[in-house]
Write a protein that binds this ligand. Structure first.
Ligand code: HEC
Length: 198
């Protein structure tokens, strides 16, 4: 009697274990089949991290080093002067190449106080975004916009004067509409655009 009770219990336990095991394996298999969705906010964060890292490495490990060693300077009219592009121009140029590649993602550097008009806000959304990050630089301003038949996700990240040189150069540039930048001020923003289907 006791023995059969033990056997019965073991039998039931085994069936339960098997059930749990089967459920687990099925869940695992299903998991691998499920389409993965990544929020556009995440994609924008990824792209933004790469843009920032590239600009920083270019500015510190290329431009600063070349200038220190007296090899070549970075200058605004780098094409004509056979110089290195400024870090801002490095970002703008890589953005141009990415746009030309046709993958769909775009990015640019913009400001409400731009040295050049082409870096001004190009839409209501961008203007709102630049205003928002100027007030609250720790969070990107995001949203969906429609251009023609295309639906796009856009994110504006604050671009701050992380070094004195940022503020100084903009303050003394003859074209700059603003001359009171200080260290850490928000000078503009990086606008990232991601197509999200019709
Ligand atoms: C030596 C001068 C110089 C320095 C240093 C410099 N910039 Fe600029 N920046 C420029 C010029 C020139 C442009 C316009 C480039 C163009 O459109 O070809 C520009 C463009 C920008 C723009 C786009 C809006 C605009 O003004 O046209 C932002 C935002 C910006 N810079 C932020 C920064 C930040 C942040 C730093 C420091 C990390 C920095 N800049 C350092 C010269 C400079």
């Amino acid at each position: 009697m006791k023995r059969s009770l033990v056997r019965g219990t073991v039998f039931v336990l085994l069936i339960m274990l098997g059930g749990v095991g089967y459920w687990g394996i099925e869940a695992l298999l299903k998991g691998s089949d499920q389409p993965v969705t990544i929020l556009p906010e995440k994609v924008a964060d990824y792209v933004h991290a790469i843009i920032e890292a590239n600009r920083t490495v270019y500015a510190t490990n290329v431009v600063d080093k070349m200038q220190e060693k007296g090899i070549v300077e970075a200058a605004e009219h780098w094409r004509q002067e056979n110089a290195l592009p400024l870090p801002a121009q490095f970002l703008i140029e890589t953005g141009r190449l990415v746009a030309e590649s046709g993958v769909g993602i775009k990015y640019r550097l913009a400001s409400l106080w731009p040295i050049y008009v082409w870096n001004n806000a190009q839409s209501d959304f961008e203007r709102k975004g630049l205003e928002a990050v100027a007030k609250n630089p720790d969070r990107p301003f995001t949203g969906f916009v429609r251009i023609g038949r295309e639906r796009l996700f856009q994110a504006v990240y604050a671009d701050r004067a992380v070094a004195h040189a940022c503020a100084e150069c903009h303050n003394r540039h003859p074209n700059s509409p603003r001359r009171d930048y200080k260290l850490n001020d928000v000078m503009g923003g990086i606008v990232i655009t991601i197509p999200v289907g019709p």
